[in-house]
Design a protein around this ligand. Sequence first.
Ligand code: MG
Length: 356
Amino acid sequence: VEGAIEVVLLRLTAEGGAVGWGEAAPWVVFTGSPEATLHALHRHIRPHVVGRKLKDRAAIMADAAHAVAHATEAKAALETALLDVTGHAVGLPVHALLGGKCRDEIALSCSIANPDWAADRQLLQRLHADGVRIVKLKTGFKGHAFDLMRLEEIRRDWPQVAIRVDYNQGLQPHEAIARLPEVAAFKPDFIEQPVAAANLTTMARLRARIDVPLLADESVFGPEDLMRAIEAGACDGISVKIMKAGGLMRAQSVARMADRLQFTPAVAEAFVRALEQQSGFRHGEVDMRVAARRAGFPALLFHDPEDRSSPFHNSELIAAEWAGARIVPCPGRGHLRILSTPYVHQQTADFFTARR
Ligand code: MG
């Protein structure tokens, strides 16, 4: 993004003299323009800020949200400046205002996006010497052969470097369906936003065709978009950005929602361990068919026939042993989204009501 982004800086001064800075970094093809950001701040948001109290930050942000649609970078700059000036006024770092620090370091991922591959090879050499071990390869702007060639060379010449692939909406659906399996064969950490932001249906189809995680970036700005993406089964993960979400607090709520809806392997493992401790059974030795044979009540089993976490056949085996069990196939709902499916809620309620 070097040379592509003009930033807008916002300075707020509190009555006692404390100063806070906020920054908007709009990218015109992604979020919006610096001109629109400046205009939103100056004309539409300023009247809701000047003269207000610092402790009313949430109310100020709510007013800003209503004062102008979108303009997420302007709102992010406002919130950052409010947090910064509050931090200076009360003598706390901003992370303390956001719930506390989680970590001291994060791994740096650098973008490889130059159409001139020789120049990017030199950049990779420098990054590698500096200890960078993650690259985000920007793809889909100069042909599939160019992308495969770069993947091959990075894997060959920098084998310790983790690769993430980002198409920035660069493919048509038919291109993505043909190309992504070949890209997935290089085992990148994930493939990001291959098709247009609004095309959640194609995202869901692609997800079923590759065995690496599919990420949504342009498809998910705020919590509302995330709900839609989850409903559509469009992605395995999302890219959380302050400029997209419209501030740190909304970015946090997007991250928390995503966190709750997806068990990472480490969380899943801790969950299984806790279950083993409490139940006294080893996870691998529990056979639901034994429990099914002994159950003295009917059951309703919801299962997506295409479930990738747990095969549908497992439910069939259980139902075969369980007197009065019925399977409700839930195509397209995946393993976890079943829990947020309206007809599943309805049938569950009907099931219990009928038994009263
Ligand atoms: Mg991206």
